[in-house]
Design a binder for this molecule. Structure first.
Ligand code: PLP
Length: 448
């Protein structure tokens, strides 16, 4: 595959962009990332004209794929042509807010911002502002964007910033615990219950391999936060309008969080974030409340139109049946391939999310008949239960170098583009086809 143009572009990029990119993970591909010229349905065409099946899908936002349906495209073009933005309210902001409020039961009011990062920053500030407490509990391996309060690593006794440039004083207020570990969470609440403003978690770890919650874990989080007067914040930036359809992951799990952060799909492919929740909480944002929050571009008309039309299209068409059906086909096919060729590996994902984690420990000898065959669901009766990842640390302990440096390239050579490392999730879009799935499974067969 010729990639001369990508190499030349990366050469130019390195002179003017740090690491040659505008977001760190994009440079994970070695020796250099390929540059995208344009999208085409479920595929992308790179700068050298090569076509690839694209399972990255913008790292989450592109529920409908690269070619937007006419209704979405027309709405975007109309808004853009009327003038990009005003710094004054527009009707379309209410329309999208009403849509989200109608479909996500925990959301009575919502504030739109411009990125998932901005959403989690604001949600944490709101939690601190409304509870009068400082500490937040996060999951090891969880991701909430590039923000000071959550770029923290370590455990509840030794938390430290995971990036240069963040004062240790931020880490003092953040308590990382392992996902799926009720005991660790109970201990943290026992020690700091009075000071904890919120537990902030993705309902499914989507930025760290895809880790599904164990049965009862979210119920436990709901209970322990309520008991101690802390908020439960679901970061649904990935899972929102992807898992559980228009009701989001919280409806799939039957949990009512106090606050929810959104991003990605809710902007229909344009920069977006949002914080939703009970009216009395969201009203604590300025100007109705004391928690300052503002943004020149917030509620951007083009983004609002793209998000609304995308979700409306999903409501009126078989979008979720299609993407979840292909997701199942992929996960079931991968489960067979893995059982055959690499029984240590774990197939994860749900709905339209999928990933193969190169776990080192497998189920051992014996029958795999009872295994989770549509992505790991943490079923205690699954023969893989003892070896499937339950925490971020379990995912990190997998063969991440083999995944990124060997496997990724072997898939790319076969015309299949997966996310840039083992941690980032992969997504099915409405534009993907059965043929894309078959071709992808064939490629896995050769590369695994
Ligand atoms: C992508 C993501 C974010 C950050 O969103 P940005 O728009 O990249 O700032 C936050 N939380 C989760 C769960 C995400 O997947």
């Amino acid at each position: 595959m010729n990639d001369e143009t990508s190499r030349e572009l990366y050469d130019r990029a390195l002179s003017v962009l740090p690491g040659g990119v505008n977001s760190a993970v994009r440079a994970a591909i070695e020796p250099y990332p390929f540059f995208v010229q344009k999208g085409d349905g479920g595929h992308i065409i790179d700068a050298d004209g090569n076509r690839h099946i694209d399972w990255v899908m913008g790292l989450g936002p592109l529920l409908l794929g690269h070619d937007l349906p006419e209704s979405v495209r027309a709405a975007i073009q109309r808004k853009a042509s009327e003038g990009p933005m005003y710094g004054m309210p527009t009707e379309i902001e209410i329309d999208l807010a009403e849509f989200v409020v109608r479909h996500v039961p925990s959301v009575e009011k919502i504030r739109f911002v411009n990125s998932g990062t901005e959403a989690t920053v604001s949600a944490v500030r709101l939690a601190r502002g409304t509870t009068g407490r400082n500490k937040i509990v996060v999951m090891q391996g969880g991701y909430h964007g590039a923000q000071e309060s959550t770029l923290v690593e370590g455990d509840h006794e030794h938390a430290k910033p995971s990036s240069a440039g963040i004062p240790q004083s931020f880490a003092q207020h953040t308590i990382p615990v392992p996902f799926n570990d009720e005991e660790a969470m109970a201990e943290v609440f026992e020690a700091h219950g009075e000071d904890i403003a919120a537990v902030l978690t993705e309902p499914i770890l989507g930025n760290y391999g895809i880790v599904y919650p164990e049965e009862g874990y979210h119920e436990f989080l709901r209970e322990v936060t309520r008991e101690h007067g802390a908020l439960l914040i679901f970061d649904e930036v990935i899972t929102g309008f992807r898992v559980g359809g228009l009701g989001c992951a919280q409806s799939e799990f039957g949990i009512t969080p106090d606050l929810t952060t959104f991003g990605k799909i809710v902007g229909g492919g344009f920069p977006v974030g949002a914080i939703g929740g009970r009216a009395e909480l969201i009203e604590q944002f300025a100007p109705s409340g004391d928690v300052f929050q503002a943004g020149t571009f917030s509620g951007h008309p083009v983004t609002m139109a793209a998000g609304l039309e995308t979700l409306q299209f999903a409501a009126e068409n078989d979008v979720y049946a299609h993407v979840n059906g292909l997701g199942s086909e992929l996960r079931e096919g991968l489960t067979e391939i893995v059982a055959d060729q690499a029984p240590n590996y774990t197939v994860t994902g749900t709905d339209s999310m999928f990933k193969v984690i190169f776990t080192r420990e497998g189920p051992g000898a014996g029958s795999l008949e009872e295994q989770c065959n549509d992505g790991c669901r943490q079923r205690p009766t699954c023969p893989r239960y003892d070896s499937c990842p339950k925490t971020g640390a379990d995912v990190k302990a997998a063969e991440t170098d083999r995944w990124r440096r060997i496997f990724w390239g072997q898939m790319k050579e076969q015309g299949v583009v997966l996310s840039q490392n083992q941690f980032e999730c992969q997504f099915v879009s409405y534009a993907h086809t059965d043929e894309d799935v078959e071709q992808t499974l064939e490629a896995y067969k050769h590369a695994v």
